[in-house]
Structure formats: structure tokens, C-alpha cells
Design a protein around this ligand. Sequence first.
Ligand SMILES: [Zn+2]
Length: 522
Amino acid sequence: MLFKPRELPQFGTAGAAAPAAAAALPEAALPQGLGRRLAGHGKALFDHLGSPSWAPDLAEDIGSAEWFRGLATMLGLMVLAVSLGPDSSAIAASPTMPLDSNAREEFRSQMIQPLALGGDTGRRMGATMAAIPAAGVPERTSLKFTATLGQGDSFERMLARAGVSIEDAAAVSRLVGGVIATDQIAPGTQFDIALGSRDGGPRQLDHLAFRARFDLDLKVSRAGGQLQLESHAITVDTTPLRIRGTVGTSLYMSARAAGAPIEAIQEYLSVLDQHMSLDSAIEPGDTFDIIVSYRRASSGETQVGELLLAGLEQGGRLKAQLLRWGKDGQFFEASGMGQRRTGLIMPVVGGRITSNFGARRHPVLGYTRMHSGVDFGAGYGAPIYAVGDARVIFSGWHGGHGNYVKLDHGGGYATAYAHMSRTAVGVGGAVRAGQVIGYVGSTGLSTGPHLHYELYRNGTAVNPMSVKFTVSNQVDPGELAAYKARMAQLKTVKPGAAMQSLAPRQASVGQASNGREIDKLS
Ligand SMILES: [Zn+2]
């Protein structure tokens, strides 16, 4: 009612409209005197605010002092309305029960908490007079447990740690030492130990059993007060494990699927890598032939040993057949044994010469200089072979040559191989012709993977293509015969022969006339 309808022609006194507002107060509910007085004040306030000087029609006389006063009234009321509005912040409710730190501790002590959180709940009560201390706690009559021989551990220390008395430990060491040197027992070996009752002193050893060797079980037990040793030889079959299969998209995956142990495949690949380029030489459809030494105990354990033979065939034609031979574990191709070959061994397989020996403009340094070797273009990582038997006189980083190997072939000749991604030989080592000494890379001053190959005659670089190294693999005839016999022997191993059961089949052991259906299943 602050703003009057416009159609009223004349406001006259405010009294004409204001009583209507005043009448809205619940006058009847109030005590007569107070009500009348409040009504009187309200009426005066409404009369005052309702006067045209405070609330003029803002559509008229825009800009006049009265209009500005009316505007101020309106803005003031708006600010008042906004300031009286409630804000939307959360109102904190008081807890239903006030908790001081004592009460909180009390609640906590009654919680059940997982041990992982500390398990410190619960109340600790002092013992009352009703609690009677136990006079003695009964001891277990025997203790059975397993002890393990650690790395760098000793048999005697292990026994002492397990609680075996000094006398028993000495007796056991003497008994076991008569069969196997106790320092020959492999770390990680587990010992089943049983300690008996004690007569005042430490518990006496009743039983000790362990696998002393792959093919030997030992058992020490007490009989009639004395420790006695029983040894059981375990039948071990040493048929090598032969795995043949077809190379699919991945030789590794195919060999794994055929049952080859991971270490055997890794060794197979690294052996092949030293004799051929793995990227191009192995194709899908080839047949791989892996033979590893293998030991099987009749108790079920197996041990995979070293790779013995690495073969690769394509349609019945041998691509590679490498046999481990000699005490340094090198692999030899049958064709490489006993034959005398002469010719130029190339330091990389299939590498084409991209830059010849002589003066040329250096691609990196930009000026013309002597090219002291021959560059072979080859793929990154391709193996680099020694061109002849030699001694390694340098292997490592060599400035602009990057990773570099220099070989002394004797007779004043030396060869050097630069820009390798990595070297595969150490200084001072002896290498055979055709042995891998490193891998093609682009280290040092190089524009891309290639082999920079140098030949030195009495310390001066000469054209490497001018000298032919004579490769001779002269082998003692007896050794060659032994090699061939070993190869033939390994090749008689049937793939999967080592997988057959050592023990007779269960079905043939049981009585055939038993007649129970379940026994017919094998
Ligand atoms: Zn070069």
C-alpha cells in the first residue's frame, strides 16, 4: 500500500488510505491499551511512509528532488529486504551427547577393531584375588618345523638356530659329512626337523630329513638313544629335453607353446644370434630344434640345464645346427669343425660397401679427409664378426669411433670396428674367426647405423679389402670324431622323451581284475 493506484486523483490526507493498513494489525488479540497504542504508532509510521513526499509515483516528475527521494526510499527498502534474507550457510547442530576426552576413550575401549589397526581397544582389568597364578605351564612334548639353509649360511649354524643342542648338532654334522660335504648343500635347502622332550637341558633331536642333493635324500633319526643316518638315492633320469616345433609369427611364442623353458629359449636365440641375423634368417614355417640338458628325479622334480644343441631347419634343409663343444661352452657348426676354409670373412653378413677406402668428403665434419677404412651399410644391431683369430686390444668408447673394438691378429696385422651399438668382447680376451665381437650401431661421428671397418699393417691403416685372412679351424681328428658322435647321440633323442613318466603307469600297477570302474581310468 506504499504505492497508491494512479487513478486516485488526489491523495488528500494520507488518512484516507493508511487506516486500512493499520486495521490489518491483529488489534483484537492484543490488550486494549497496548494494542491501541501500537496501532497508533503503526498508523503514524504508515502515515509517514505513505505520504507522497516519501513515496511519489516514480513515473512522474522524473529528476525532481521528490522523485530522487522516492528512488532513495525504494532502494533503501530493497537493501533492507536483501539484508534481512537468511544466508545459506550450514548451521552447526550440537551433539546429542557432549563428549569429553574421557568419554571418547570409554567409547573407544568398547569398540572392536581389527588387529591391523593396532588392536589397542578393550579394557585392561587388574587381576582380582579370584585369579590364581599357574604353578607351571605344560610343555609340548615335541616340536616339528622346517628350517631353511640360507645363502652364506652353514649347516651347523642352521642347526644351532633351529635349537638343536651342540652335542646333537656335532653328531648330525659327523653323520651327514660322511655322505656329503656339508658346505656342498645348496642354499635354500629345507630341513624337516623334529625336536623331542627335554630333560632339563635343550630338547633332543629326534628327526632330521632333507634333500642333500638332487639325487640324494638323507634322514637322521633317533633309535635307541643314538642318532642314525639313512640315505636314499633318488633315481634321476638325464635324458636331454628336446623340443622341436614350427616357427610361427614368433619363435619365442612357438617354443614356449611347445614346452621349452624360458631360459633355454633365451640361450637358443642368443646362440643363433651369434651365427646368423635373427631378423632375416628365421622365417615362419621354419623348424626349430632345441636340446637342453635335463634332469628328472623319480620324486617328480626337474632341473633344466644348459643348451646343448641349437638347430634351425627349413623344409628339411639345415639352416643352422650348433653344438655346445669344449670346456668354454662355445657353440660350433658341424661344417665349421675340421674343415680348412680360406677366404675373406666379412665382418657383417650381407653388408654392402657404402664408402670405400681413400680420400673423401667427411659427411659429418664437412671437409675432405682420408677415409681410413671401409663402411658397410648394415641394420642396427646386426652382429659384427671377427675376421680372424685374434686378441682383443681395445674395446670401449674411442672418440669419434664411438664404441670400438680393435683386434690384434698377430704378424703385424690388426683390424678395428667402429660405431658399434655395443661391444661383445673385453680387452685381453681371445676371439675366434667368425665370433661376434659387437653389434652394428651409430655411435660416435656417424650419420646412421653402419660398420666402419679398418685394417692396420704394422700400425698403418691400409685398404681392408686388400688382405685376405686365412681361416683355419683345424681340429684334432679324435676331437672331431667325438664331436660327431655327440651330435649323432643327441639327435637320437626323441622330442618329448624326457616328458615321459619315470614311474610305471598307475593303471598297470593296480590289479587288473579289481573290476572297479574308477581303476580303469588312468
Ligand atoms: Zn667409415
